[in-house]
Design a protein around this ligand. Structure first.
Ligand SMILES: [Zn+2]
Length: 404
């Protein structure tokens, strides 16, 4: 090869290298812009994980800060807390040997370290509030997806078919998103017990439940552009109930009347309960509806989904008409598992024969299980139980607000 040819060859190599660098640089910028544009804006939720407590024990296995609320001024920095007592004092709040004149503070691990309150482990931060009467509340503040990691296994077992887990993840995310959007002026969005969604912190996370959350990341249900309270229950017993049968909510996706059938495999399909009349008389007295010695019990109204609307209990002192949803609370939701029941007065026993478990509104969990076994996708399952709804990503719809 001549000198000239060598020079040309070197020049081409040089240009090739510059071009390659330029392309790499453009690609990196593009990737950066792409990831920045699509960076996931996670919604924060505030979950009441303890209240009316005299004392809490705090453990953090790593660096942390304690901040004053609401100013966020740093009160203390440290490298570890091991089972340190947190109490309310007459002046404010006391952690171990230190005391601050405040009604609220925030405990914040600095790295990815979990925080323990008593024996439960939590992701995120913990706000501690001094209640009137000198007791304590603890509110866990964390990202929506991390919160769902701690919810899902409580609602449906981690071994369930993946599409059923994913349907549950979207319903639970929607419910939490709705609560967060309507609780802005309150101290917390959700409780950690059955009155909201059961949340056990990170102690109860499971691999498959987390996968279902990850694979539906950010997805929520909307109706006419708004997130709604996507209620769910264990087993509908054949037909879902309308939200308007229980609460003042009138929305097509929660209107009920969905003939399910898929939950026939549920262990909660049928239930029975018996209560003696003297025992029922005591419950009537306790709830300020005394009727004397019970002579008769009858169902006097039905809801549109053929559940019991109300009952009349007649006794020697008169009668009382009771809404079935209240009657269920009086006798216990684990005894009267649904309001889809018949009654039979047999000697001195009132017998109940019922179907399903739960209020019956929205997603039927065992129905979702049955549908997933048949190969239905989580999208199809959700469309079935929340007719007319759509699935969207909340992070790309910043204007989403709950239906109020
Ligand atoms: Zn069902």
């Amino acid at each position: 090869m001549s000198l000239r040819a060598n020079e040309v060859s070197e020049a081409i190599s040089f240009l090739r290298m510059r071009l390659l660098r330029l392309l790499c640089s453009l690609a990196m910028t593009g990737t950066f812009l792409f990831t920045s544009y699509f960076a996931f804006a996670e919604q924060e939720v505030r979950v009441l994980v303890a209240d009316h407590q005299k004392e809490l024990h705090v453990t953090i296995q790593g660096e942390f800060v304690i901040r004053l609320l609401p100013s966020l001024q740093i009160l203390k920095k440290g490298i570890q807390l091991t089972n340190v007592s947190l109490t309310a004092s007459s002046q404010g709040l006391r952690l171990g040997g230190e005391e601050w004149p405040t009604r609220a503070l925030r405990i914040e691990p600095l790295s990815d370290r979990d925080l323990f309150i008593n024996k439960s482990r939590f992701r995120g931060r913990m706000d501690i509030l001094k209640e009137t009467g000198g007791l304590l509340s603890a509110i866990n503040r964390l990202g929506m997806e991390n919160y769902l990691y701690g919810v899902l296994h409580h609602e449906v077992a981690a071994w369930w078919p993946m599409e059923a887990l994913k349907a549950q993840a979207v319903a639970a995310r929607t419910y939490a998103f709705y609560q967060a959007s309507v609780s802005k002026t309150l101290e917390y969005d959700l409780k950690s017990g059955t009155s909201s969604q059961v949340y056990g912190g990170s102690t109860t996370e499971r691999y498959r439940s987390k996968r279902a959350v990850d694979e539906t990341r950010g997805k929520v249900l909307i109706y006419q552009g708004k997130v709604f309270p996507a209620y769910f229950h264990a087993t509908c017993g054949g037909i879902t109930a309308g939200a308007q049968e229980l609460w003042k909510i009138n929305l097509p996706p929660l209107a009920g009347g969905v003939h399910c059938g898929y939950c026939r495999i549920s262990p909660h399909t049928f239930w029975e309960f018996k209560i003696s009349l003297p025992e029922l008389e005591m419950i009537m007295n306790k709830n300020s509806r005394p009727v004397g010695q019970i002579l008769k019990a009858e169902i006097i109204s039905e809801t549109p989904s053929a559940r019991v609307g109300s009952l009349r209990i007649t006794g020697t002192l008169g009668d009382a008409v009771i809404a079935a949803k209240d009657f269920r609370v009086w006798l216990g939701g684990n005894h009267i598992r649904s309001t889809l029941f018949t009654i039979n007065l047999n000697d001195d026993m009132l017998e109940f024969h019922g179907k399903g478990w739960g209020h019956g509104v929205g997603l039927c969990q065992w129905g979702a299980f049955g549908q997933a076994l048949l190969g239905h996708s989580y999208e199809r399952i959700l469309q079935f139980y929340y007719p007319g709804s759509e699935i969207v990503d909340y992070d790309t719809n910043p204007s989403l607000r709950g239906v109020t």
